[in-house]
Design a protein. Structure first.
Ligand code: AMP
Ligand code: MG
Length: 531
């Protein structure tokens, strides 16, 4: 790294945790579960594990944080990734936040199984927080064990990297480590618990601050703490607002507008690629607009706005695919409520900032679908073309990813047959599809049909319509193999997901629609929060 060929060592890494330096901490240093008032973090040391083994890592993330692959794979570094050792000079901690869960205020939640290792400062001055998920209990664990199982850790590792390569803002995953210990879980909350292998993911992000970090002090009337946190957040993560808005009240409103805009852009991305977060509680929404907390998430196979991967959400479908934009806006309103506890912020200015969400979302989703359809001027057509496509998806199960990928190259309606989950449904809807595709082609041709235009359109569509997404059953196959001791499927899937918009000849099997056996299999179509 430094020009000479000297091997990089742990002691070469530079840490400096602004969160700890600039925000108040809990005076109590014990691990026991409790309510923590007037503080944003508590000291907590990861609990050691039996036999750490590095199962997967992201070389891109290692590079970004300035860690050589050789150092990352070394036993000393793996010890840190497993919670058995600390980076020199660091003081691990858990942060304090609350949240609205499934529409209800849940009070204090906090990092129940995430332990922050501090902020790494790269040689070029970039900063990233490192966090171990599953490294043992904290004052915020309530009655849970602070651990994570292998299956959910594989899902988090693969999906955060897949999302990044898809161009969706997200926290990253540096590593996946097996702990060598077993963890007891009741996957379907039906009294049948099992011992499962434990694992730890090291997550990386500029910050893991959530809406709930702001809601908790607001709910307790701790306005000094709330003010300190807001100033910290703006100073460190939105510094351009300091000079743009010398008046503090205006600045906070401007910050809230940016959070609304980023959240809107984020959700438009989710809708574009067919991602369903599954637990959009306010404690699981990042103020930086990153996808955070990969739990019972899922990917749309057949287009279905009512689909939710989360078994806990099966009856209410609060967090189903189609409701994500509305839920994001609801969550932002809860963040707005927290800010409204500050007397200098008027309701009017907060609600006008909140309206940024709707405007930005409409623009972002319009642009996203313009790209997906390969149309420049398609807005007026939305009434027919896109709505009629979604109407068709109510009559037949049509794979979202395959359909849109095909759209760039299809010459006739029959080219879409492979996107249909049922051959009968395809035959039933064939006439409708033929008519739809004819109208679509007419629309496309009206925007230009020179060879150059066609090539540019295809190129643009292929950058908006991934060929490969982390289909639920693919992740589950990698999990099943890992439980049998074979970790190569994780590496292969990770590698496929590095180039989701490329054709990748020879890897067609990763782009196929969900096989029938996976329709109702646990992990492939339904997931619980137990992880
Ligand atoms: P989630 O719905 O996974 O985002 O979690 C909601 C809350 O429960 C957060 O405060 C988590 O830290 C906490 N939590 C979830 N699983 C565990 C666990 N195994 N041990 C301790 N806390 C947990
Ligand atoms: Mg969470």
């Amino acid at each position: 790294m430094s020009g000479d060929n000297r091997r990089m060592r742990l002691s070469d890494l530079h840490f400096d945790s602004r969160f700890q330096r600039e925000l108040p901490s809990d005076a109590n240093s014990s691990r026991h579960s409790r309510q923590v008032h007037g503080a944003l973090w508590s000291d907590v040391v990861p609990a050691p594990v039996g036999a750490p083994a590095l199962v997967a890592y992201s070389r891109e993330v290692a590079d970004q944080i300035g860690v050589s692959e050789e150092l990352l794979r070394s036993p000393d570094f793996v010890s840190v990734l497993a919670g058995n050792a600390l980076f020199p000079g660091t003081r691990p901690f858990a942060t304090n936040y609350g949240g609205h869960q499934f529409g209800n205020w849940a009070g204090q939640l906090g990092d129940g199984r995430a332990i922050a290792l501090g902020e790494i400062v790269t040689p070029i001055g970039n900063r990233f927080e490192l966090q171990l998920k599953g490294a043992g209990s904290t004052p915020y664990s309530r009655r849970a064990d602070g651990r994570a199982v292998l299956r959910s850790s594989i899902r988090e590792f693969l999906c955060s990297e897949a999302m990044h390569h898809l161009g969706v803002p997200t926290t990253r995953a540096l590593s996946l480590v097996l702990t060598g210990d077993l963890v007891e879980r009741d996957m379907f909350y039906d009294g049948n618990s099992e011992m499962e292998p434990g694992a730890i993911v090291c997550r990386v992000a500029p910050s893991f601050l959530r809406f709930g970090h702001f809601e908790l002090p607001a709910s307790r009337g701790e306005s000094a703490l709330l003010n300190t946190l807001i100033d910290f957040t703006i100073r460190n993560y939105f510094p351009e607002l300091l000079s743009e808005h010398p008046n503090r009240g205006d600045r906070i409103i401007a910050w809230f507008s940016v959070v609304c805009a980023r959240t809107a852009t984020l959700v438009a991305h989710w809708m574009r690629v067919g991602f369903v977060h599954g637990v959009m509680n306010t404690d699981n929404l990042s103020v930086l607009g990153l996808t955070i907390d990969y739990g019972p998430y899922g990917w749309i196979d057949a287009v279905d706005h009512g689909w939710t991967p989360n078994t806990t959400d099966a009856s209410g479908k609060r967090y189903c695919f189609g409701r994500q934009p509305g839920v994001a806006q609801w969550n932002l309103a809860r963040l707005g409520d927290a800010l409204a506890t500050l007397p200098e912020l008027s309701e009017d200015s907060l609600s006008s900032a909140l309206s940024v969400f709707e405007r930005t979302y409409r623009e972002a989703i319009t642009e996203a679908y313009g790209n997906k359809l390969g149309l420049n001027d398609w807005v007026d057509e939305q009434g027919d073309l896109l709505d009629d496509f979604f109407e068709l998806c109510r009559a037949a199960e049509i794979d979202m990813t395959i359909f849109f990928r095909k759209l760039a190259v299809a010459e006739g309606a029959n080219d879409f047959a492979t996107a249909f989950y049922s051959a009968d449904q395809f035959l039933q809807q064939q006439a409708v599809l033929i008519a739809w595709f004819a109208r679509y082609q007419q629309r496309v041709n009206s925007e230009g049909n020179s060879d150059d235009h066609k090539a540019a359109r295809r190129e643009r569509m292929n950058r908006a319509n991934p060929k490969f997404v982390l289909r639920n059953y693919l992740a589950q196959q990698a999990i099943d193999a890992a439980h049998d001791g074979d970790f190569t499927a994780i590496e292969t899937l990770h590698d496929v997901m590095r180039r989701p918009y490329d054709e990748q000849p020879g890897r067609e099997s990763f782009a196929e629609k969900r096989p029938e056996w996976a329709r109702t299999k646990a992990g492939c179509s339904m997931l619980s929060c137990s992880s």
